[in-house]
Each structure stands twice: as structure tokens, then as C-alpha cells.
Write a protein that binds this ligand. Structure first.
Ligand code: NDP
Length: 274
């Protein structure tokens, strides 16, 4: 039996996080002694908390969530190349008093598309939103060889900033509604995934053969996905990305690639959570 290792998901808020459940499931199934806890840390306290963790341990690693992903990349002693394009880290590893930053969101997003049979190479893709999740989706689609990526956001300034950073086109959410039929894949990376409304106005037409992906996952069918399904588009929720970025985190923590049935079992478990 291995000795007890400590890990956490660090964010604010963090009580809603499904990561402790996910890592608990895998630890039990794979016979690992892992204490994985939600750790609420405000933006103001993040730097100091990380300094304590670096010095005192005994941490295996952290999953980092909003609002700390960019700061995590800046404060780490070393960044893996996976951090470069999104400019954000969602995993910190503690190794011999040093903090190593990684990003598994980008690959987790691509893995979830591939597992669902959704396309990414050679396609025209629209990303709704301009925050950290949108940056990860844009980086992923560029990495996968999308022919075109366009960013649409409620606030024009943030859309422009993301557009300049990645060299993609930008517009408002009203532009997106009017131009939607041009896209093969539409990703909702706004926080409206968890709200009661879609970021697109009622009556927005989806192309029947297109894919609509929501990074949000509560409720399981978000208003955006319901709207897309009603328009005949194929739909994919955000739980797949959540589970697949966590599976990649598990590999960083333990050097072990989880078998596909362990990933599928975790996804089924989370899908059953009300
Ligand atoms: P940020 O706070 O960085 O960005 C939020 C974005 O949502 C901004 O573009 C903001 O627009 C937009 N927005 C917020 N409310 C609305 C609204 N009512 N209508 C339209 N646009 C809105 O958040 P993140 O990028 O970190 O996260 C975005 C979403 O992605 C969250 O729901 C998060 O949980 C999810 N996510 C899921 C993951 C997964 O594994 N499935 C991984 C990471 C994130 P504006 O700039 O105008 O304010």
C-alpha cells in the first residue's frame, strides 16, 4: 500500500467543484492513498498560500481553477510548454521545493471532442466568450489545425484582446448569432453555461450538421445546448472536458495513464450527479 499523498483543487469559489469526487473515485479504484480536498483561496491570498505550500508541503499537486490560472503560471518556478499558448496553468506540481506548472485543459478539451467524434482539424470554429476557458479552447483548436477560429464576446474589449493574442477574428455575441451558420463547431466558453439563459438570443439558427459544445455542465443540458439541439445541431457538454483534463492531471501526479474504462466510469458517475 502506498503512503498518503495530499492534493487539492484551489479556487474561489471551490465548494461546487467535482474534482474531489473524481480523484476520490480513481484513488479508490486504483488503490492509491490520496487525500484530495477543495481549498478555497482568494485571489489576494493565492501568492502567499502558494509560498507556504512550496516551503512546507507535503503536497503532491494542485488543480488550479478560477480565478488563479494565469497567476499560477506566473508564480511557478518552471512552466511546461503546455502553458505557453493558453498563458494559464490548471495544474501545479510540487517537486523538491519547486513548483512546476502544466496545462491539461487544452488537451482535455481536444480529448473530449475526439471521444465524442466531434471534428477539430480543418474546420471553421466559433468560440463564445473571451476569458480563460475561451483562451484554452482557441489554443486547442489552433493546435488541432482548425482552418478558422473566430471569437465572440459580450464585451468587445476582451474579445479584441484575445483576437490580437491569437491572431483570430473577433466580434460581439450579436455578430455570432447572425454568422453562426458559417461554423462547423460552436463552443460556449462563457460563464452563461451555468446561467439560466444561453449567451445567444432566442431564435438563433444552428446549422443542422454543426456541433455545439458547452464547457459548462450544470445543468447537464444547458440552455445553449438545448437551443442547439432544437436547431438540429449535435451537442456535447462540459463534463467530458472536466474528466479528461483530470485524467491528464492524474498522469502528471502518478505517471499512470488511466484506462479508458476508468475515464468512462468517472464520466458516468458525474453525469448521474443531480
Ligand atoms: P471567465 O470569468 O474568465 O470568463 C467569463 C466569460 O463569460 C467572459 O467572456 C464573459 O463575458 C462571459 N459571460 C459571463 N456571463 C455572461 C452572460 N450572462 N452572457 C454572455 N457572456 C457572459 O471564466 P472562465 O473563462 O474561467 O470560465 C468560463 C466557463 O467555462 C465557466 O462556466 C467555467 O466553469 C467553464 N469551464 C469549464 C471547464 C471544463 O472542464 N468543463 C474548464 C474551464 C472552465 P465578458 O467579458 O463580457 O464579461
Amino acid at each position: 500500500m502506498s503512503s498518503l499523498l495530499r492534493a487539492a483543487v484551489v479556487g474561489d469559489p471551490v465548494a461546487h467543484s467535482l474534482s474531489p469526487r473524481l480523484f476520490g473515485l480513481w484513488a479508490k479504484a486504483r488503490g492509491r492513498e490520496l487525500a484530495y480536498e477543495p481549498l478555497k483561496v482568494t485571489a489576494a491570498a493565492f501568492s502567499e498560500t502558494l509560498s507556504y505550500a512550496r516551503a512546507d508541503g507535503p503536497w503532491l499537486g494542485w488543480n488550479v481553477t478560477a480565478p488563479h490560472k494565469e497567476r499560477a503560471a506566473q508564480l511557478a518556478d518552471e512552466c511546461d510548454p503546455s502553458v505557453d499558448q493558453p498563458g494559464a496553468a490548471n495544474v501545479l506540481l510540487f517537486v523538491d521545493g519547486r513548483v512546476l506548472a502544466h496545462n491539461t485543459d487544452v488537451q482535455g478539451f481536444l480529448d473530449s471532442l475526439a471521444a465524442a467524434g466531434a471534428p477539430s482539424f480543418g474546420i471553421r470554429a466559433a468560440v463564445l466568450g473571451a476569458g480563460g476557458a475561451a483562451a484554452a479552447a482557441v489554443a486547442a483548436l489552433r493546435r488541432a489545425g482548425a482552418a478558422e477560429v473566430a471569437v465572440y464576446n459580450r464585451g468587445a474589449e476582451r474579445a479584441q484582446a484575445l483576437s490580437r493574442r491569437f491572431g483570430v477574428s473577433a466580434g460581439t455575441l450579436s455578430d455570432a448569432a447572425a454568422e453562426l451558420s458559417a461554423f462547423d463547431l460552436i463552443v460556449n466558453a462563457t460563464s452563461a453555461g451555468f446561467a439560466e439563459t444561453s449567451p445567444l438570443r432566442a431564435g438563433t439558427a444552428f446549422r443542422p450538421d454543426s456541433w455545439a459544445v458547452d464547457l459548462g455542465y450544470r445543468p447537464k443540458e444547458t440552455p445553449f445546448l438545448a437551443q442547439a439541439r432544437a436547431g438540429g445541431a449535435r451537442t456535447l457538454g462540459g463534463l467530458g472536458m472536466l474528466v479528461r483534463q483530470a485524467a491528464l492531471t492524474w498522469r502528471l501526479f502518478f505517471g499512470e495513464t488511466l484506462p479508458e474504462d476508468a475515464v468512462a466510469a468517472a464520466l458516468a458517475d458525474l453525469e448521474a450527479v443531480p
